[in-house]
Design a protein around this ligand. Structure first.
Ligand code: XMP
Length: 517
């Protein structure tokens, strides 16, 4: 496996992505956690130093431990990682002006030209030069002993350097980002020369994860909050494969699910996959506590609190459970190295079971901790979860509550469920489901006047939402054709009593959010 030491770059995760795409197993660890003992225990086959926002010229700036250099494995230093390597090994780094420009600071596209042959660069320069993305304030002024230059750009005379004897490579630019179009090849060359064969497959991961779960849990009992979402579903399926009946899932039905969702989830896991699933039918509890509440944050807090109460109540009935399984993914795990810090504004209180384990004295099992979302989907396929299930759009914990601005009533929820089902059916029929990151209907807290046949109607308006996104952090509205929108509006109004007006939400995120609340 490969170790990435994180010095706080915004794009460290992308390094891991590039390596995973090469079927190489890697882990990111923040520099604070990596000392000599860590390196010895981790026994990496290669090490990458990430970029970072600090300046190596500053006293006390982040450093890798000495063992990184003496482990006898190839190292690739990127940007800050390059400068750290130079300074640690006896070169010199000069400060540019980090803010205010001038000096040698360089941000943006540049072109690197080769000045010598190097295994790392095998086949890389396509046109006698290669586009790269630079983002640095400082620069290397003198190479460390043993290093030579293999690529230069007009502003970075030491763009690519290496100590060939030790397989230490250091680049000034970021090969992991999009703006270095052929950067993946450098990673490919690097892992090849480090001896990786690219044998990290989902099948291997599954076996490895199952062994790890068995070793961690032994014959203890495990509970899992099953939501029907991809992450919790894959977690449950994996645990079931590892420990069978030692696992009990609690599926909390808060009455805010989509049409037939509760029954479908329970049927699939209980009847088809033979998991032990408790269907906590607590619709009345949730809906009565939400009665008369229209403030979005209050709704979220009520649902979050009740969820924990309910989960706890059912979990307490499972005798001797000492572990809680959670579908935490890699992007949630990586401790980001922040130098600025400071509290950020709460846009929405997200619904999660974060505090539960301590409250209930449970240990955590998080078998997806090393995976990215698309890898979780691949693992789900390996585990035999149906493809349509794995490809489902994300669905928020608070469910339809946050798609029903204003007061929530059972009548409104029923209308919303019907409209949403028609909309999703339309999207599937037109073959658009997989192009869209998330699509849903929100029922608006206004009624409008319409005419149907010869009669007047006075019913709810709804908004259709559909976005494309990579991670939910930013999103663009989906450009449906007018024909699609017209046909969908007609179907909803004809098929869903209670709605007589359909609008399409064309707000991107930012400034909007994906959900309406
Ligand atoms: P927003 O509305 O913040 O949503 O743009 C971004 C993504 O997160 C989902 N979402 C949630 N997921 N618990 C969740 O598990 C929540 O409380 C929650 N709120 C929003 C939302 O559906 C979108 O995919």
């Amino acid at each position: 496996r490969l170790l990435i030491i994180d010095f706080g770059s915004q794009v460290t995760q992308l390094i891991a992505r590039r390596l995973r795409e090469l079927s190489v197993y890697c882990e990111i660890h923040p520099y604070q956690n990596v000392d000599d003992a860590f390196i010895e225990a981790f026994a990496p086959k290669a090490i990458i130093f990430s970029g970072g926002p600090d300046s190596v010229t500053r006293e006390g700036s982040p450093r890798p431990p000495q063992a990184a250099y003496t482990a006898g494995v190839p190292i690739l230093g990127i940007c800050y990682g390059q400068q750290v390597m130079m300074q640690d090994l006896g070169g010199e780094v000069h400060g540019g002006k980090i803010s205010g420009g001038g000096g040698t600071a360089e941000f943006g596209r540049a072109f690197v030209e080769p000045t010598g042959a190097l295994a790392l660069l095998q086949g890389w320069f396509s046109d006698g030069r290669e586009q790269v993305w630079m983002s640095h304030g400082d620069h290397v002024a003198k190479l460390a002993p043993g290093f030579e230059v293999f690529g230069t750009s007009p502003n970075a005379p030491y763009a690519i350097t290496a100590d060939v004897a030790r397989n230490f490579f250091a680049v000034q630019f970021h090969p992991e980002v999009h703006h270095t179009p052929r950067g993946a090849m450098l990673y490919e060359n690097f892992v090849k020369l480090a001896g990786f064969t690219g044998d990290w497959t989902m099948d291997a991961y599954r076996e490895q994860a199952i062994d790890a779960i068995r070793a961690q849990v032994g014959d203890a009992k495990v509970i899992c909050a099953l939501s029907g979402g991809v992450d919790s579903s894959v977690t449950a399926a994996l645990l079931h494969e590892a420990i069978g009946d030692q696992l009990t899932c609690v599926f909390v039905d808060h009455g805010l699910l989509r049409l037939d969702e509760g029954v479908e989830v329970v049927e699939m896991f209980r009847d088809h996959m033979n998991l032990h699933v408790i269907h906590a039918e607590e619709q009345d509890l949730f809906l009565s506590e939400l009665e008369g509440v229209s403030d979005p944050e209050t709704k979220r807090k009520i649902i979050g609190r009740l969820f924990i109460d309910v989960f706890q109540k059912y979990a307490n009935e499972i005798e001797g459970a000492s572990y809680l399984a959670q579908g935490t993914l890699y992007p949630d795990v990586i401790e980001s190295v922040s130098f600025s810090g400071g509290p950020s504004v709460t846009i929405k209180s997200h619904h999660n079971v974060g505090g539960l384990p301590e409250k209930m004295g449970l240990n955590l099992v998080e078998p997806l901790r090393e995976l990215f979302k698309d890898e979780v989907r691949a693992l789900g396929r390996e585990l035999g979860l149906p493809a349509h299930f794995i490809a489902r759009h994300p669905f928020p914990g608070p469910g339809l509550a946050i798609r029903c601005p204003g007061e929530i009533t059972r009548a409104k929820l029923d209308i919303l469920r019907e409209a949403d089902a028609v909309y999703i059916d339309q999207i599937r029929k037109h073959g658009l489901y997989d192009e869209i990151w998330q699509a849903f209907v929100a029922i608006l807290p206004v009624r409008t006047v319409g005419v149907m046949g010869d009669g007047r109607t006075y019913d709810y308006a709804c908004a259709l939402r559909a976005v494309t996104s990579v991670d939910g952090m930013t999103a663009d509205y989906y450009p449906f054709t007018h024909d699609f929108l017209g046909e969908t509006a007609t179907r909803i109004i004809n098929e869903v009593p209670g709605i007589n007006r359909v609008t399409y939400d064309i707000t991107s995120k930012p400034p909007g959010t994906i959900e309406w609340e």
